[in-house]
Ligand binder design. Structure first.
Ligand SMILES: Nc1ncnc2c1ncn2[C@@H]1O[C@H](COP(=O)(O)OP(=O)(O)OP(=O)(O)O)[C@@H](O)[C@H]1O
Ligand SMILES: [Mg+2]
Length: 178
């Protein structure tokens, strides 16, 4: 049987394994709801990287994620700790919430945190992790939150969710905007 030759990749297009949706979120409550929806797509071993300026809504999104995963403890800004583990209240994976803002050494430093949890068996959400934790896995969900308006009192956010790697290639991210 003849094999079809793979089409050459056009560099102007996103990488073939990238899968992306863009959403508009108009309130903190909607951001939480987005987190709850995102939770339904996640399973043990998944890595979510959150980026966006100070006060963009990364922790607010993570709060909804924690609710959706059904984990113990309120998700707050981990100001004094680099990472916090929220165990599942049921039989789901724990949520490991990392604030990498003050993490300079990348993955090694993450492993040195000695979190009392197995990272491959957890859902890991990292704020400020770009350039620091990508080496954990090629498969990751990148969430970029932008203020739609420069004004810091405005509640409208543009959110881009991009799934990278085989794990996310066929995932239906449109469920996030339903
Ligand atoms: N659409 C929105 N989504 C999320 N938060 C919003 C929105 N509109 C206003 N807010 C407000 O913006 C703030 C977001 O704070 P949050 O701690 O979630 O941001 P952050 O990105 O985690 O910041 P930091 O970089 O300091 O960690 C909250 O006070 C929230 O009420
Ligand atoms: Mg935060």
């Amino acid at each position: 049987m003849a094999m079809e030759a793979a089409a050459p990749h056009n560099p102007a297009e996103p990488t073939p394994s990238a899968n992306s949706v863009e959403l508009t979120v108009t309130s903190p409550e909607q951001m939480r709801e987005l987190g709850r929806r995102l939770a339904k797509l996640l399973r043990a071993g998944d890595l979510v990287l959150l980026s966006g300026e100070l006060g963009a809504g990364k922790t607010t999104l993570t709060r909804g994620l924690g609710e959706g995963l059904g984990v113990r403890g309120a998700v707050t800004s981990p100001t004094f700790v680099i990472a916090r583990v929220h165990p599942s209240l049921g039989d789901g994976p724990p949520l490991v919430h990392v604030d990498a803002y003050r993490l300079s050494g990348g993955l090694d430093e993450m492993e040195d945190l000695d979190l009392d949890v197995s990272l491959p068996e957890s859902v890991i959400v990292v704020e400020w992790g770009e350039g620091k934790v990508e080496e954990l896995t090629e498969d990751r969900l990148q969430v970029v939150i932008h203020r739609a308006v420069g004004d810091t009192t405005d509640e409208v956010r543009r959110v881009t969710v991009t799934g990278l790697g085989g794990r996310w290639a066929a995932a239906d991210l449109t469920v996030l905007s339903a």
